[in-house]
Design a protein around this ligand. Structure first.
Ligand SMILES: CN1c2c(nc(N)[nH]c2=O)NC[C@@H]1CNc1ccc(C(=O)N[C@@H](CCC(=O)N[C@@H](CCC(=O)N[C@@H](CCC(=O)O)C(=O)O)C(=O)O)C(=O)O)cc1
Ligand SMILES: N[C@@H](CCS)C(=O)O
Ligand SMILES: [Zn+2]
Length: 772
């Protein structure tokens, strides 16, 4: 086969939710029965074509495979599950897009696939369930059809698929698989299906295909690195051997390290290296026939690049003896918003300056195209752009608020004592005496359903159509309803319900100095759910209390304790775009201090239990083990800083979810919270024996109600999970709560689910249930 030239400029992927979340709206309308399948397909097809047109307008080639096809209705890992037909038996009877959405969301008693973090991002993928008997066959032609549709619309694009090694590394063993079975054991069986797909793409005229292999940059996986390398060799020996387009393997999120020479020795035609998270690799045999694609533009953050420094990285790649070098992004751009032009910067706190410092997806495409011009025509051809990029960086460094001496002085003066609360047993005794809670206290994680009315009121307030006073009165009325509801259900520790919060991070970013927020900067978090990550550009401080009046209002309505509710420093950082000009640990301490002031103010206002959520604690864990201790040190430290200023009788809670926490139990212990609620229902309490084995001896609330699905768990189901939890957590330390907040749920399922949770707890307390 003659290898077609790899495009000199490309991106690993592009946002697919739409500039105005058109896909979210279309998919949700279809789920709600408000539109037909044909209408959904038409919207999706229109969005794909609009994306291609936009990328061509920004400078990517229309017909040279520069533009990747990275559209997905829900998730790119689920797309492979559908393509290879790896459908667990409980979904038998469903077909097409309805099967696809049922795998994602479940229905009735059919549980969906589990969802978990995609590498170190706030994007979540659906975990494939692979067993020894999973049958693989090419079961969806969508990937081929999308290429053909693009062709009909005047484009020759590059289909992009999660590669076979990463797909299996991200899978979990299906229920009933024998001990010791690993999904990677099925590599030989899945490869023929990938090969068939590649052959079909070649037959449809695709010159290149992209196989995404981020699994090769992490050693944070269950199998040994040597096993991964052997799988890479085998996979690409098989795939390169067949009828196929030229193969481009990407390696976003980290350094390929030992897998770089392994890939170089295979028959693939182009290899991507992430030069944002990793370094320029050493030359390796096999490169002479390959294109090296330098992932120099950060797809996971929003700062405009220093084009001079990026061009130097590309120049270093040209020294390695590859047949050609191209410019690209380090990761897919799905993790950043579409376009800075969609924001009204003149309205923003920081005005037009911020605009000049930023690059969203479209600006990043232009950066890549500019660098590629330097590659083809020499640095001189892009000197003006290099100078402009360096001037923007200089203006950013010098801007007011980027460095605030009083904030730096406060973090510099921190001592060991600021991070420590003293002896847990003494605290526990003081809290028990003060709070007088029953055995197995029941609580929720914080948010109650965000109803259409709440969101509508907030949108009207943002548009200036609803006065602040009226908006706040509506929120107070909602808080009152939620308090009364919890009292009537019989929960022990109440929450105010977070009605006033658009998002648990953005809400705080709007109130803290050092952050900017966007209006249209949506990024997909999972399926149709999106967030607008805030932009952390300067030194952080808290101009005034943020939550105290809401918390005290809620507490004034009930004699039961109401938890104060804050988002922790690590999670605020993980779900914002963080600055890249100072160490993360410094920002974490600034946030820790701002939150500490809030925690102390809540305590002074009479709030006796304060929850500081850290669901993203595991998310930022570095992908290479050697980098993890330093991260855990600053992240755990910043949480402790935020919570260590309170008296012993004030009970500090934290909450963890959306990740597997087994490997960071030391860090959970390090947080030194009095009570930790943790997602556990879907994994049927997997974390409990892990905590027990580690000797964890503070309060724990392993989730007994899976809030990700609209299913109402029965009293028996909840009792069973409580019984399982009780096997690993002593009764005096066990709390009963759902897995996570209820904001994505409706009241129709929330109320009976919480009633069942309380009923199950009472049955256990009354010893009506065995094994407890
Ligand atoms: C708990 N999780 C969170 C993560 N990240 C966050 N930043 N926040 C989280 O809570 N990561 C892990 C998990 C799971 N991830 C998510 C992510 C997103 C959602 C979610 O429910 N998102 C909502 C949008 C939330 C929001 O910002 N709401 C705003 C704006 C609402 C809106 O769209 N308004 C409309 C107008 C409405 C009308 O007029 O009727 C508009 O602006 O067009 C708000 O409430 O004000 C989503 O729908 O995607 C959950 C879990
Ligand atoms: N307090 C938040 C935590 C979500 S992770 C909530 O209940 O939504
Ligand atoms: Zn949660």
């Amino acid at each position: 086969m003659t290898t077609p030239a790899f495009p000199v400029a490309t991106i690993v992927g592009y946002p697919r939710i739409g500039r105005r979340r058109e896909l979210k709206k279309a998919v949700e309308a279809y789920w709600a029965g408000k539109s037909t399948l044909a209408e959904l397909e038409e919207t999706a097809s229109g969005l794909r074509q609009a994306t291609r047109e936009r990328l061509a307008e920004l400078g990517l080639g229309r017909t040279d495979a520069s533009i990747p096809e990275t559209f997905s209705f829900y998730d790119q890992v689920l797309d492979v599950t559908a393509a290879v037909g790896a459908v667990p038996p409980r979904f038998a009877g469903f077909e097409g897009l309805d099967l696809y959405f049922t795998l994602a969301r479940g229905i009735g008693d059919i549980a969906p696939l589990e969802m978990t973090k995609w590498f170190d991002t706030n994007y979540h993928y659906l975990v494939p369930e692979i067993g020894p008997d999973t049958a693989f066959s090419l079961s969806s032609r969508r990937i081929i059809d999308q290429f053909t549709q693009a062709r009909a619309g005047g484009f020759v694009t590059r289909p992009a698929i999660v590669g076979p090694v990463t797909y299996l590394l991200l899978s979990k063993a299906a229920d009933g698989a024998p001990e010791g079975f690993d999904p990677l054991d099925r590599l030989e069986d899945i490869l023929p299906v990938y090969a068939e797909l590649l052959a079909e793409l070649a037959a449809a005229g695709a010159p290149w295909v992209q196989l995404d292999e981020p699994g090769l940059v992490t050693d944070n996986i269950s199998v040994e690195p040597g096993v991964v390398s052997a799988a890479v060799t085998r996979a690409y020996e098989v795939l390169a051997g067949g009828q196929r387009p030229a193969i481009f393997v990407t390696s976003p999120f980290g350094d390929l390290r030992e897998n770089f020479p392994v890939l170089a020795a295979t028959g693939v035609e182009a290899i991507h290296v992430d030069l944002v998270h990793g370094g320029v690799p050493a030359a390796a045999p096999g490169l002479a026939t390959k294109t090296l694609v330098g992932g120099v533009i950060d797809g996971h953050n929003i700062w405009a690049a220093d084009l001079g420094a990026k061009f130097e990285q590309l120049e270093a790649l040209t020294e390695l003896g590859a047949s050609a070098v191209s410019a690209a992004t380090a990761t897919s751009l799905q993790h950043v918003p579409h376009d800075t032009a969609d924001e009204k910067w003149e309205d923003a706190e920081l005005d037009a300056n911020l605009h000049a410092w930023l690059a969203f997806a479209d600006q990043k495409v232009v950066e890549v195209v500019t660098l590629s011009r330097g590659l083809t025509s020499g640095r001189g051809a892009i000197e003006d752009e290099i100078t402009a990029s360096q001037q923007a960086l200089a203006s950013r460094a010098a801007a007011a608020g980027v460095r605030v001496d009083a904030i730096r002085a406060r973090t510099a003066a921190l001592t060991e004592a600021d991070f420590s609360r003293g002896d847990y047993d003494e605290r526990a005794a003081a809290q028990a005496a003060k709070l007088g809670l029953p055995e197995l206290p029941t609580t929720t994680i914080g948010s109650f359903p965000q109803t259409v009315e709440i969101r509508r009121a907030r949108a009207a307030h943002a548009r200036g159509e609803l006065a602040t006073e009226a908006y706040e009165a509506e929120m107070r009325a909602e808080i009152k309803r939620v308090i009364e509801l919890q009292e009537s259900i019989g929960l022990d520790v109440l929450v105010h319900g977070e009605a006033e919060r658009n998002d648990m991070v953005q809400y705080f970013a709007e109130l803290l100095d050092g952050f900017a927020v966007t209006t249209n900067g949506w990024v997909q978090s999972y399926g149709s759910r999106c967030t607008r990550p805030s932009i952390l550009w300067g030194d952080v401080s808290r101009p005034e209390p943020m939550t105290v009046r809401w918390a005290t209002y809620a507490q004034s309505l009930t004699p039961k304790p109401v938890k104060g509710m804050l988002t922790g420093p690590v999670t605020i950082m993980a779900w914002s775009f963080v600055r890249d000009d100072i160490p993360l640990g410094e920002t974490a301490n600034q946030l820790g201090l701002a939150l500490r002031d809030e925690v102390n103010d809540l305590e002074a206002a009479g709030i006796g239990i304060i929850q500081v959520d850290e669901p993203a604690l595991r998310e930022l864990l570095p992908l290479r083990r050697e980098d993890q201790p330093a991260y855990l040190d600053w992240s755990v430290g910043s949480f402790r800083l935020s919570t260590a200023g309170v008296r012993p009788e004030t009970q500090i809670h934290t909450h963890l979810c959306y990740s597997e926490f087994g490997e960071v139990i030391g860090a959970i212990d390090g947080l030194d919270a009095d009570v930790t609620s943790i997602e556990a229902a879907r994994s049927r309490m997997e974390i409990v024996p892990e905590l027990a084995a580690a000797g964890y001896a503070r309060g724990v609330g392993p989730g007994v109600y899976d809030i990700h699905s609209p299913r109402v768990p029965s009293v028996d189901e909840v009792s069973e999970l409580v019984a399982l939890a009780a096997q690993g957590v002593p009764g005096n330390l066990l709390w009963i709560n759902p897995d996570c907040g209820l904001k994505t749920r409706g009241y129709a399922e929330t109320v009976p689910s919480l009633e069942n949770l309380v009923a199950a707890t009472r049955a256990v307390r009354n010893r009506e249930v065995a094994n407890v």
